[in-house]
Write a protein that binds this ligand. Sequence first.
Ligand SMILES: Cc1cc2nc3c(=O)[nH]c(=O)nc-3n(C[C@H](O)[C@H](O)[C@H](O)COP(=O)(O)OP(=O)(O)OC[C@H]3O[C@@H](n4cnc5c(N)ncnc54)[C@H](O)[C@@H]3O)c2cc1C
Length: 403
Amino acid sequence: MKLDVAVVGTGTAGSATALFLARAGHHVTLYERVPDPQPLGAGIMLQPSGMAVLEALGLREQVVSRGERIEALVAETTGGRRVLDLSYADLQAGLYGVGLHRGVLFDALFQSAKKQLGITLKLGVDVEDLAWHRDGHWLVEAKTGRRFGPHQLVVVANGARSSLRDDTSQYKTVDRYPFGALWAVVPDPEHRFTGRLYQVVRGTKTMIGLLPTGLGPTGSTPLVSMFYSLKASELEAFRQRDFGEWKAHVLEAVPSSGPVLDQLDGHDSLLFADYHDVVMWPWNVGRVVYVGDSAHATSPQLGQGANLALVDAHTLAHALGRGESIEDGLYLYSRLRRSHLAWYQFVTRWLTPFFQSDFWPLGIARDVAMGLMCRLPVLRGEMVAMMAGISLGPFRRWSPPST
Ligand SMILES: Cc1cc2nc3c(=O)[nH]c(=O)nc-3n(C[C@H](O)[C@H](O)[C@H](O)COP(=O)(O)OP(=O)(O)OC[C@H]3O[C@@H](n4cnc5c(N)ncnc54)[C@H](O)[C@@H]3O)c2cc1C
């Protein structure tokens, strides 16, 4: 079955889905709101799960070569107590993550999609509605009122704020986390930040992260990303706060952040990202399917969103290739993704308040319990599998679909 497919959004989920589907012989129209998409963004962690999908697309080497190899996640309290110390190698020798500028992943996927036979790009189309056509076909309607299509299948991949979730009868809940993060990416010419994602916590109100971010989409100077946890309701107070005083507070908590702070010259050098929690199942309704953050956004506490989006894309192409009808393939997709996504959403929702919340006793529980958990080999293995994006629950592991 060769389909005419609309994919909405050229983020990680959308571009990867378009590539997999076009390579399976479908004709894909890829709609993107931004007229001239650019490789922007913060540092993200690419996990072994995401790398396996990039391998299937033939893009792994290109992406990984512009990232920084990450061997471990280390989290400490401001007093120096180890809260987390997890090495990929504890699960499997040679396993690693990659600290990456999000623009590198975007560029690799988007440039491939541009060149891919079978993909038509429609840039600058802000899709506002999905309109039922006939015989199971859908039209894609832009904010301007212009309609595109008809398409036999619509893949919604337009991120956590998707308004297209309201265009189908699908059950869903969409909540906004009270906490988000300020972030900045700066050069690290002396390459001081290497090998580990380093986080410093104090109670549940302070969490500062430093992620070596590789080379970025262009250039040859290493980059480092800094994250600073902030409650969305306190963003205005941060903007009013003396910037020098804020830098002194960060430096006191994380003395090694000095070279990053030296390059921040005002509130505008940091951008704020808020987080959403989207719950939906199944992710298909009729001939519409939701993938990536539009389907299952979470807080980035476990650093999995882009990786899960890549796995979605691969699994969707696999499921469509096996279903006897479009609806059948889409339902198979929802079934195949259920345990992986439900598990990561459950753990993220459970874990986030221990790092970002107003309930300070959780910070004490975290400082006492997590260090101990890391020292118990069985639990440690499960925690590393979680970090690597390949856990399906206790002692169960994800592996890529065999296409
Ligand atoms: C601070 C922070 C840190 C993170 N760290 C990590 C990490 O370490 N590892 C990790 O894996 N993930 C991380 N994530 C999560 C990750 O960035 C997301 O999960 C991932 O980008 C989701 O991809 P997506 O394609 O579903 O959505 P998006 O990347 O949001 O892409 C959506 C696309 O749709 C387009 N679009 C939106 N609306 C429309 C419309 N109406 N019409 C047409 N196009 C539209 C957008 O312009 C965009 O191109 C982090 C997120 C944040 C905020």
